[in-house]
Design a protein around this ligand. Sequence first.
Ligand code: DHB
Ligand code: MG
Length: 229
Amino acid sequence: MVFLLIHMTTQRETLLEIDRYIEQLCVPANADFAQALRDAAAAGLPEINVSPNEGKLLYLLAKIAGARRILEIGLLGGYSALWLASALPTDGRLVTLEVNDKFAGVARKNLERAGLLAKVTIRVGDARQVLAELIRAGEPAFDLVFIDADKPSYPVYLDFALQLTRPRSVILADNVIRNGTVIGAQATDAVVRGIQQFNQQLTGNPQLETILIPVLRERVDGLAIARVR
Ligand code: DHB
Ligand code: MG
């Protein structure tokens, strides 16, 4: 038992050290990005933003995809939006959805400070309603969609994402591993069940080619990467 505890602690430390190692090598220091995280925490926002390494991954995926139009579902304090907007050309557009007015206000300031707000449209409201509105208004297809909002709604957000993309678009989703709680039988917990259903829908859709990649933090989470055929 003592051995097990020591082993688990060591493993957690090792994961964190690896995450730091990658960050030091791959994520250049950026004062505006760092300030965004501090301001979000100071404003009392939940500290559930993507890690710097995952932010860099989102940025690279957007660039590799040549994304000019990106949709984000779940803005929070704007940390992932900073990365995604940075990956866009000057005339690119990030449309990002947030249900919480206060969170959106914090994010707006963070994007403005970083000089990225001109490329970003923030839509405050229930994502289901805003997404339905986008479709009704004939919003052109997005090159990349990043889902990172309330987990029980992931399956619904995927349905919308499929309607707002085109062949060769990329669909990304955060938190698809949740430290392995998604493994096994259908969970009773609404959050875990939402992700389980989402992962099944994503991987079972013949129109998509998908991989789930583990993402290290204090625990192991994951990013889903799917490409529309
Ligand atoms: C939670 C949500 C997230 O988007 C995340 O990256 C981590 C945790 C959560 O609601 O617990
Ligand atoms: Mg997340």
